[in-house]
Write a protein that binds this ligand. Structure first.
Ligand code: GAR
Length: 202
């Protein structure tokens, strides 16, 4: 049986699209059960709708407290019975309710080689620092900001004439490959976590 993914997004959704495309092959081992977002009017939703995937929106501003938002987000995700929840460009920190329900099977992708350059501007910060190599990181979400155990990483070169956009595009090309490859191996082979060390498959 195919694993159920709930994918959370906030923007363009190119990582989501890569997962949708991969899931079209039954041998991939997963299907996107639903796509959720913290805002509407985003390209990621159009991608989900074109693929016939259910969507839901959970906006922080619709709730009195961040905790209420977090509990509703957990409830909305749980309604689709996910095996894995994938944050693919989701620009919010999830809270304790989501972590309690999905901890250990909640993955996030970040556009830098963590622990370098966590936070909202991983590409901009890497460029400003002047690193010659950056990349992307797939990790298990914990209570911190981009601080959970690393599942996989891919490196990309920084070119002398890069700006944030050109570098982010190169990172995102690597990121889509890493996400599809790693999520596929996770659902087909399983994974284990010992301290900070994640092992996918045997
Ligand atoms: C990706 O590069 C992802 O790593 C980043 O947003 C982009 C989403 O692209 N996420 C973060 O920076 C989270 N802090 P997409 O919408 O085209 O998939």
């Amino acid at each position: 049986m195919s694993a159920r993914l709930v994918v959370l997004v906030s923007g363009a959704g190119t990582n989501l699209q890569a997962l949708i495309d991969a899931c079209a092959d039954p041998s991939y081992g997963a299907g996107v059960a639903a796509v959720g977002a913290d805002r509407d009017g985003i390209e990621a939703f159009a991608r989900a709708q074109r693929a016939g995937i259910p969507t839901f929106v959970c906006r922080v501003s619709d709730f009195q407290t961040r905790g209420d938002w977090d509990r509703e987000l957990a409830r909305q995700c749980a309604a689709h019975q996910p095996d894995l929840v994938v944050l693919a460009g989701f620009m919010k920190l999830v809270g304790p309710a989501v972590l309690a329900m999905f901890g250990g099977r909640l993955v996030n992708t970040h556009p830098a080689l963590l622990p370098a350059f966590p936070g909202m501007h991983g590409v901009r910060d890497a460029l400003a620092y002047g690193v010659k190599v950056t990349g992307c990181t797939l990790f298990l979400v914990d209570e911190g900001t981009d601080s959970g155990p690393v599942i996989g990483q891919a490196a990309v070169p920084v070119h002398d004439d890069d700006d944030e956009r050109s570098l982010h595009e190169r990172v995102k090309t690597a990121e889509r490959g890493l996400l599809v490859e790693t999520v596929g191996r996770m659902v087909r082979q399983g994974w284990s976590v010992h301290g900070r060390k994640v092992t996918v498959g045997s």
